[in-house]
Design a protein around this ligand. Structure first.
Ligand code: NAD
Length: 498
C-alpha cells in the first residue's frame, strides 16, 4: 500500500491530488480549478479535487459516446471478462481501498473492510455473471399467423451520480450493471468523498477496460458537473443515489430530454418490535440498524416502535448498548462509530436534537461530543449515539430524515396502530419487523409502504432482488433483472409467418 495519507491518531502525512478520468487518461479540469476534501475526524485537508465544468463534462460525454459504439457491440461474454477482472482487482486492493474509504468518509475501517469493499467487488462479479443469463420474451400470435420476439439493447451513455455515505458500494452498484448491459458511463462521485471512485478508474485502466467506457468527472451538483451531466443531450439515462430534493431537481432538468431515471433517495425507516420478538437478537441488530456508519445509511431504522409491554425494558437495554459503543478513531479496528461526514452535516444533525428537546423529547443518551476523544480529533465532526423518547409522531424529528446517529423510540399498543404510524411519512424506503408470529410478520409486511422489508434481520441483501423505495424514497428498482430493465431498452420484433 502507498504511503498513508492519514495515520491512526489523526496525523496527516500528505495531501493527495485527485484527477478526472476521461477517455482513459487522468487529467485536470480544463479550468484548473480545485476544491478541498477533508478528513471528517479532524476536518483537515487530505485531498484536492478537480472542480469540473461544462467543458470537462463535454469531453467525458464525447469519449463515452465514442466508446459506446464498440462496447455496446461487444459480446456479453467479453464484457463480463472485464467486469470479473475489475472485481478481482478490487479484492486485491482490499486493504488500500478499505483504508481510503475509512479516511474519506470518517467511517470505521472495520465496516469498510468487512462489508463495503468486498461488496463493491461482488457487485462486479455478480453482474458479470448475471448478464450472461439475461433473456427476453417470445410471443406466438397464433390467431394472426405471427411471432414476436423482444430484443434487449443498451441505451447509451449513463450519468451515475453517487452520495458520500457508502461511496464505492453505491458507485459499483450502478457501474457494474450499467457496463454489463453494454452502456458506457460518466461517474460523478460526491464532492465530499471523491477518492475511491478515482481508485476505481485506476482499477478499470489496470483491467484493460477500453478507453471511454468508464469516466470519472469530479465536481459539485447544482450548476456544476452533476447538473451539466444531467442536462447533456447525449447522456441518455441517469441513476442517482442521494437526497429526495436532489432527485426532484434532476427530474426537472432531465425532463427536457425525457431521460430514463432511476432514483434511490432518502428514508425515514420504521423498526417495529413486537413483544413476542427475540429481544436479545432484536437489540443486537437494532443497535446496528440505528448507528452503523454513524447512522449515515439510507436503510438505517430511525423510528423505533416498540410494543408497550416490553417498551421500558427495550429502551433501557438499547440505551445501555448505545453507551457501550466505541466512538473514535476511524482507523482503529475496534471502533464502532467514526465521525460524521462534515461540519455542515453535524450542525444539521445537532439542530434536530435542539428541535427534539423543544418539542418535549428527552435525550436518554448521546446528544454530545464524546468526552474521551484525543486532542487531535477535537476539530472533527463527532456525536455520540443518541436515543430520544417522548416525541409525538408529528414532530419534525420523527417526520424528517436526519441521516445521523439519532433514533427515536415510541411505544405502541396494537398492530393496526403501528402499521398506520409506520406509514405516516412521505418516505417508503425500508422497514424492519421483529416478531416470532409468522402470520403477523406476513400481515404487517404486506401493509407497510416500503420497497424493502426485513423480518427479524436488517441489511441482508440478495443482489437478485428488487431494491428501491416507494413514495418520496425513489423511482424504479435496481438489482438483478431490475437493473437490466433500467439499463436496457426493449425492442419488439413482429414477423408475419406466411
Ligand atoms: P445529495 O443529494 O446531496 O448528493 C448526491 C449526489 O448528487 C452528489 O454527487 C451531488 O453532487 C449530486 N447532486 C446534488 N445536486 C445535484 C443536481 N442538481 N444535479 C446533479 N447532481 C446533483 O446526497 P448526499 O448528501 O450525498 O447523500 C445522502 C442522501 O442520500 C440521503 O438522503 C440518503 O438517504 C440518500 N441515500 C439513499 C440511498 C438509497 O439507496 N435509497 C442510499 C444511500 C444514500
Amino acid at each position: 500500500m502507498a504511503e498513508a495519507i492519514v495515520e491512526k491518531g489523526g496525523v496527516i502525512n500528505k495531501v493527495i491530488e485527485l484527477k478526472n478520468f476521461i477517455g482513459g487518461k487522468f487529467i485536470d479540469s480544463v479550468s484548473g480549478k480545485r476544491f478541498e476534501n477533508r478528513y471528517p475526524a479532524t476536518n483537515e485537508v487530505i485531498a484536492t479535487v478537480p472542480e469540473s465544468g461544462r467543458e470537462d463534462v463535454e469531453m467525458a460525454v464525447e469519449s463515452a459516446v465514442k466508446a459506446f459504439k464498440v462496447w455496446s457491440k461487444m459480446p456479453v461474454k467479453e464484457r463480463s471478462k472485464y467486469l470479473m477482472k475489475i472485481s478481482e482487482l478490487i479484492m486485491e486492493r482490499l486493504d488500500e481501498l478499505s483504508y481510503l474509504e475509512s479516511v474519506d468518509v470518517g467511517k470505521p475501517i472495520r465496516l469498510a473492510r468487512g462489508m463495503e469493499i468486498p461488496r463493491a467487488s461482488y457487485n462486479f462479479s455478480f453482474f458479470a455473471e448475471f448478464a450472461k443469463y439475461v433473456h427476453t420474451e417470445f410471443y406466438e400470435t397464433d390467431d394472426r399467423g405471427a411471432i414476436n420476439y423482444v430484443l434487449r439493447r443498451p441505451v447509451g451513455v449513463a450519468g451515475l451520480i453517487t452520495p458520500w455515505n457508502l461511496p464505492l458500494v453505491l458507485t459499483t452498484w450502478k457501474v457494474a450493471p450499467c457496463l454489463a448491459a453494454g452502456n458506457t458511463c460518466i461517474i460523478k462521485p460526491s464532492e465530499l468523498t471523491p477518492i475511491t471512485a478515482t481508485k476505481l478508474a485506476e482499477i478499470a485502466a489496470e483491467a484493460g477496460l477500453p478507453d471511454g467506457v468508464l469516466n470519472v468527472v469530479h465536481g459539485f451538483g447544482p450548476n456544476s458537473a452533476g447538473e451539466f451531466i444531467v442536462s447533456h443531450p447525449d447522456v441518455k439515462l441517469i441513476s442517482l443515489t442521494g437526497e429526495t430534493t436532489t432527485g426532484q431537481a434532476i427530474m426537472r432538468t432531465a425532463s427536457q430530454h425525457l431521460k430514463k431515471l432511476s432514483f434511490e433517495l432518502g428514508g425515514k425507516n420504521p423498526n417495529i418490535i413486537f413483544a413476542d420478538a427475540d429481544l436479545e437478537q432484536a437489540l443486537d441488530v437494532t443497535i446496528q440498524s440505528s448507528f452503523s456508519n454513524q447512522g449515515e445509511v439510507c436503510l438505517c431504522g430511525s423510528r423505533i416502535y416498540v410494543e408497550r409491554k416490553i417498551y421500558d425494558e427495550f429502551v433501557e437495554r438499547l440505551v445501555e448498548r448505545a453507551k457501550r459503543m466505541k466512538v473514535g478513531d476511524p482507523l482503529d479496528p475496534e471502533t464502532d462509530m467514526g465521525a460524521l461526514i462534515s461540519e455542515e452535516h453535524l450542525h444539521k444533525v445537532r439542530t434536530y436534537l435542539e428541535i427534539a428537546v423543544a418539542d418535549g423529547g428527552k435525550i436518554l443518551t448521546g446528544g454530545k461530543t464524546p468526552e474521551h476523544l484525543p486532542e487531535k480529533f477535537k476539530s472533527g465532526n463527532w456525536l455520540e449515539p443518541t436515543v430520544i423518547v417522548g416525541l409525538n409522531d408529528n414532530c419534525r424529528v420523527i417526520k424528517e430524515e436526519i441521516f445521523g446517529p439519532v433514533v427515536t423510540v415510541s411505544p405502541f399498543d396494537t398492530e393496526e396502530e403501528v402499521i398506520e404510524r409506520a406509514n405516516n411519512t412521505h418516505y417508503g424506503l425500508s422497514a424492519t419487523i421483529w416478531t416470532n408470529d409468522l402470520s403477523r410478520a406476513h400481515r404487517v409486511a404486506s401493509q407497510i409502504e416500503a420497497g424493502v422489508i426485513w423480518i427479524n434481520t436488517w441489511f441482508l441483501r440478495d443482489l437478485r432482488t428488487p431494491f428501491g423505495g416507494m413514495k418520496m424514497s425513489g423511482l424504479g428498482r435496481e438489482g438483478g433483472i431490475y437493473s437490466f430493465e433500467f439499463y436496457t431498452e426493449l425492442k419488439n420484433v413482429c414477423i408475419k409467418l406466411q
